[in-house]
Design a protein around this ligand. Structure first.
Ligand code: AMP
Length: 112
């Protein structure tokens, strides 16, 4: 298993967990780009958004149920941004599907 996030899920690499269930793991980004910066990942290894199919997309719906619950728990009452980088042009650095939750301050108006 050479996937960094699979190793985090397995507990082989430490992380600052904020949420876990049987399908999803969420933890604080090691290099936060906002006061709150959390990564939400499926426990199943998918390389990124481009790996989502009709057969496995239920996990994405579940992740998008978990995200607002995490945001509420983090007190992000004034809004937040959800980002998923996919592939080299988007500068994806870890090839395991993940959604960034960014918040805790007014974020920039541009996304690219
Ligand atoms: P991306 O560049 O969209 O693939 O996002 C990968 C994110 O993973 C980056 O924001 C990194 O800071 C973060 N990251 C990398 N290694 C770790 C780690 N060991 N624990 C927590 N976050 C990490």
């Amino acid at each position: 298993m050479d996937c960094l996030f699979c190793r985090i899920i397995a507990g082989e690499i430490p992380s600052n967990k904020v949420y876990e269930d049987d399908q999803v793991y969420a933890f604080r980004d090691i290099a936060p780009q906002a006061p709150t910066h959390i990564l939400v990942i499926p426990k199943e290894h998918l390389s990124g958004v481009s790996d989502i199919t009709p057969e496995n997309s239920a996990i994405v719906a579940h992740i998008f149920e978990v995200i607002p619950a995490i945001a509420r728990a983090e007190g992000l009452t004034n809004g937040y941004r959800v980002v998923s980088n996919c592939g080299p042009d988007a500068c994806q650095s870890v090839p395991h599907l993940h959604f960034h939750i960014l918040g805790g301050r007014k974020l920039g108006e541009t996304m690219a």
